[in-house]
Design a protein around this ligand. Sequence first.
Ligand code: UDP
Length: 493
Amino acid sequence: MEPRKENIVMFPFMAQGHIIPFLTLAIEIEQKRGCTITFVSTPLNIKRIESSLPPNSSIQLLEIPFRSSDHGLTPDCESTHDLPYHLILKLVEASRSLKPSFHKLVYDLVRKQHGRLPLCIISDIFFGWCADISHEFGVFHAIFLPSCAFSSACYYSIGMSLPHRNNESKEFVLADFPQASRIHVTQMSENLQGADGKESLSQTLRKLVQDCMSIDGALVNSMAELDEAGLTFFQKTFGKPFWPIGPVLLPPGTGITAAKVCRNWLDTKPPNSVLYVSFGSQNTVSASQMMHLALALEASGKNFIWVVRPPTGFDINSEFNGKEFLPEGFEERNKASRRGLLVHQWAPQMEILSHKSTSAFLSHCGWNSVLEALSYGVPIIGWPMAAEQFYNVKLLEEEIGVCLEVARGRISEVKSEDIVAKIDLVMNDSEKGKEMRKKACEVRNIINNSIADKEVFKGVSARAMDDFLNAAMLMREQAKRIPGNSISTQNGS
Ligand code: UDP
């Protein structure tokens, strides 16, 4: 008889930018490590996830109840995607109410398995409170950080110490993370810029950090070679291992959207000739920025695919044909010349980035997008919007050399001629462009080496994953040896 497989419970926060890397990690652990996965999310998210599981996957999806209307949110709001940006924090706070239901869910799961415990619980960084529940059952607990440690360290340090207060100059150095060098006040989220220590974001961050104090460790979606300073910072701060196991990446073709239109369009373009423009799963630009970006794309003369959404101030999911925010005849002109493809709302990003015609990526620099681009050696034109995206750009531009920042934030003024100049610099045969492409290819090789999981060669990320699984096994062995610890379900009642 085959030995029973180890089970791992995974529980991401309700946002595409979190669910996608969690699901990718789940698929990877299931396929490469032979574990079974129980994937927990709220009912509407489970429905969305169901349709994006690969056909050969046996990941078990479990619903956890969530009533958004109990928290002053619109009914059926179960994702940051359903919200304007300024209400996202409310969803983070509301998600704390999932705690008793998660406790019951683990209890029921263990009972169904006749007292057999999962090997570990991997929760979102926003659900650090899962650590206490895990430990109650004697189960190892880790958080999964979908971002890199460098940017998270900047964000953490700024959120905890608010260094821009009582600071006349617009620039500062982080006392506990000087490796980030100088940070400008415009590299802070709008909701932190005005923070005085009593404001909600800083307060929420403190609570989240407090919740994470009893974790057993963290999985980080980055590579040791590129993220040393941030990893060391967190290991010191939390006194726990932070395992860089990244990047976890969905193979092209496993996305949620049909890729055919984009692929066919890209197939008609010469190699390295297309600029891909997208601001992630939930960001958009202002109406004026959108107009300048459109003008720049036309003036640049480059082929482009642009994922367009309604500008800030409009419902991001609303029906939108873009006409009133774009130069007259923009879409028709680009359709006729076949120079530009506008994709409304959602594009098959991995398909686009992996295509040989794609040359550069104008991105908000969410960490998933960054890893996806670099895994194909695509250099980045950065336009960070919020949260740790500013520090991703900092790391990519100042430390790694694969990015050029073009603009900052959703409200700043941008000029189309500045955007054109940056596009030219990156996509033309300039020294800067060549250097960035060379570096991006070097990073692609680092990525491939890190995740190599062959008998002849095991990369650092694959070894970090071994270390994490061994630590979880060890905890279970130790729990078994404690007298009186029968690993029963009685604790969970
Ligand atoms: N994404 C996509 N198509 C889109 C926009 C986004 O497939 O049109 C995916 C993208 O490939 C990435 C994720 O959504 O995996 C966005 O995550 P990221 O961390 O880049 O940004 P966030 O959305 O969290 O700000």
